[in-house]
Design a protein around this ligand. Structure first.
Ligand code: BDR
Ligand code: CA
Length: 342
């Protein structure tokens, strides 16, 4: 069967790493480009992490382009400070000290992907094109429609939509990790990716492009445990070892830093869900077509995805919001994919 052409726009990130390994190792996707954005960390760090992952798993042929540091109208560091301010009261002194060093989502550590030491001297280089230009090029040159999988803030994708409206018909679907409809344990009404760039998120939801939203509703339901880490390590290849180390770190970070989530011995791999849904849509066991609008001018909830769950507003739905997936089959897919990488 022909591979599905995709662009992955990401900010690695432990779960972005899992998304890349799944996409590459599945053998089902034709990854035309990996584009980076700041989010979990600075653009320099997320781009370096993407290059390291791809080289280490043997995916050197996948081009990587570097995108935006700052959201469309805001500053990355201001947004992160705003998101953290609401957390400060819950932090221990040690957590606060650690957080000072991190320029992004705390669970990913100082490098944006702590927990695995890649070999130095990675020969893989970034392409001489901006992420947005790279996406436009891929879409323009593709004979088939291309699926875009954003797993970070939507800055690049929002600007692609704004700058190249003539290319929208070339986008098959946006399968994004972001947003939340019901799940409020992490942040009230907000998910990190949509909160970092609310204006870009709004452009995406108003674009008319088909959207599948893998938000916290599903990504905090579909969890991995220690058994998955053991299976990954047992693969004995580069990908298995890297994934095992990084998922171990990620679980520890969730279990200790994000105590309010009450995760014990399990953790989410948010971004991999958005990739899995493209590889095998039958993994989705519950979803709903909804109208999703984005808060951009609020006091507390900028970036909130306002999902009209009952259709009360009467506006046409613009997204398929996913609520559940087959956890067991999802985890099996992850391990099999890592097993097919270097
Ligand atoms: C999202 O935020 C990031 O920390 C993760 O990589 C994921 O994309 C989850 O809210
Ligand atoms: Ca991410």
């Amino acid at each position: 069967m022909a591979k599905i052409p995709v662009i992955i726009d990401c900010d690695p990130g432990h779960d972005d790493m899992m998304a890349l390994v799944l996409a590459y190792g599945s053998g089902k996707l034709d990854i035309r480009a990996v584009t980076t954005v700041a989010g979990n960390n600075t653009i320099e760090n997320t781009t370096r992490n993407a290059l390291n992952i791809l080289h280490y798993i043997g995916a050197d042929e996948v081009p990587v382009a570097m995108g935006y540091q700052d959201p469309i109208v805001r500053k990355h560091k201001d947004v992160i400070a705003r998101l953290l301010a609401s957390r400060r009261q819950q932090m221990s002194e040690e957590e606060e000290r650690q957080q000072e060093k991190i320029q992004g989502a705390g669970v990913h550590g100082v490098s944006g992907m702590d927990g695995f030491a890649f070999p130095p001297d990675n020969p893989k280089r970034v392409e001489p094109l901006h992420s947005v230009e790279m996406m436009a090029k891929v879409l323009r040159e593709s004979e088939e429609k291309v699926t875009i999988i954003p797993t970070g803030p939507l800055t690049n994708v929002g600007l692609l939509i704004r700058l190249y409206p003539e290319l929208l018909p070339k986008i098959e679907r946006i399968s994004m990790m972001g947003g939340t409809s019901e799940f409020v344990l992490s942040r009230p009404y907000m998910e990190f990716n949509t909160a970092v760039d609310p204006e870009a998120t709004k452009l995406v939801f108003e674009s008319g492009v088909p959207i599948t939203m893998f938000g916290y509703d599903v990504t905090y339901r579909v969890l991995y445990g220690r058994d998955t880490i053991v299976q990954m390590r047992a693969l004995g290849n580069h990908a298995g070892t890297m994934v095992a180390d990084l998922l171990e770190y990620f679980m520890e970070a969730h279990n200790s830093m994000a105590k309010r989530l009450q995760l014990d011995g399990v953790a989410p791999v948010h971004d991999a869900c958005a990739v899995a849904g493209v590889i095998d849509p039958s993994l989705v066991t519950k979803s709903k077509r909804l109208r999703v609008d984005v808060e951009t001018g609020g006091t507390y909830f900028d970036g909130a995805t306002v999902c009209d769950y009952t259709g009360a507003l009467g506006w046409p739905p613009n997204a398929e919001v996913v609520y559940n997936m087959d956890n067991e089959r999802f985890l099996r897919l992850l391990v099999e994919a890592a097993g097919r990488c270097l």
